[in-house]
Design a protein around this ligand. Structure first.
Ligand code: RAM
Length: 330
């Protein structure tokens, strides 16, 4: 009896370890982002965690390099292959450079999808676009043109020069810019989704193009840096900063007038949807093929097109009239 009593604590520990092992997630989904420390991806991670707790048996491994390079992501992918994760959902820093590493992951039975910023078709099973690419391309130039009835010089401050998503949006924008009378795109520069580099690039644009009327930054990092640069240069009212941004990061710049408006889809929903898709593919609940309909939980289902891509939802425009209601959400 005494012996049993003495052993009880040890038994309790053993029992905890055992249940711990049983309760450990039977699926590990790696959410790989362009770089750590970017608010947009941190919001997406919240959505990924939400999906994981809804699914119950999923662990999210949120990871990425320290800067937005393909090399950094290749290292991360190789580490995840070694850890034998079940799925990788990646926002890519380069369309093609990640393909060999991701092919290796798929050859080992790991489910691979891209989301936000795509990988070439042979390097992933499917891609989740946040919204329709032509729609985003049109929206970013329309946001600038709406405040330039007389037209004028505008410049683009992008993320990295190899980012699939920004490059597609800029291409789509350039296809329709002729529909906006007098709008003249004078330059496209790259801040690599680094605050300091984006700030310097924005200053460079203002110096090179003294007649600049708007900076279009289709990146949440670039737009904040550009708005700060415009404010610091005393050019609020002269240059409007617009593009894609988080209400939480731009509220001050909307209040100051450095930015009149910007757009974004819900990044929490995007991380949630990507996780749901990766889970359903890894579980074998769906196969990624043209025409396939895959569940995204509370976000409905995604139908893949002939390029095995689909779009989540439309972007929403934020300005002084509504930003306060959203700035605490994302
Ligand atoms: C940055 C990243 C991301 C992009 C957003 C709009 O956070 O470049 O890929 O979708 O901006």
């Amino acid at each position: 009896m005494n012996l049993i009593k003495q052993m009880l604590p040890a038994l309790a520990v053993a029992a905890t370890l055992l249940t711990g092992a049983v309760q450990a997630a039977d699926m590990r989904i790696a959410v790989v982002v362009k770089a750590l420390g970017i608010g947009f991806f941190e919001a997406a991670a919240k959505g990924a965690e939400e999906a994981a707790s809804e699914l119950g048996d999923v662990e999210i491994i949120y990871t990425g390099p320290t800067d937005t390079t393909a090399e950094g992501q290749i290292e991360v992918i190789n580490a995840l292959i070694a850890q034998r994760v079940d799925a990788i959902a990646i926002s890519a820093n380069d369309t093609d450079a990640l393909v060999p590493a991701l092919k290796k992951a798929m050859a080992r039975g790991i489910t691979v999808i891209s989301w936000d910023s795509g990988v070439a078709a042979e390097g992933r099973q499917m891609h989740l676009n946040p919204s329709s690419n032509p729609l985003i391309g049109n929206m970013i130039v329309k946001l600038a043109a709406d405040h330039l009835p007389e037209g004028g010089d505008v410049a683009v401050l992008s993320a990295s020069s190899t980012a699939t998503n920004q490059n597609i949006w800029i291409d789509e924008m350039n296809k329709v810019v002729g529909n906006y009378q007098g709008i003249n795109v004078v330059a496209t520069v790259y801040g690599d989704d680094l605050a300091d580099k984006s700030y310097r690039e924005a200053n460079g644009l203002m110096q090179t193009y003294p007649n600049l009327k708007a900076i279009i930054a289709p990146t949440t990092v670039g737009i904040v840096a550009a708005a700060q640069a415009v404010a610091d240069a005393g050019k609020i009212g002269q240059i409007n900063v617009t593009g894609l941004a988080l209400p939480s990061e731009m509220a001050g710049h909307i209040a100051s007038g450095a930015s009149k408006s910007f757009a974004i889809w819900n990044p929490i929903d995007l991380g949630y949807s990507a996780t749901m898709l990766a889970y359903n593919l890894a579980k074998g609940n769906a196969v990624a093929a043209p025409g396939a309909k895959i569940s995204m939980g509370r976000m409905g289902s995604l139908t893949l097109d002939e390029k095995t891509e689909g779009a989540m939802a439309d972007p929403f425009v934020y300005d002084a009239s509504n930003i306060d209601a959203f700035k605490t959400i994302f």
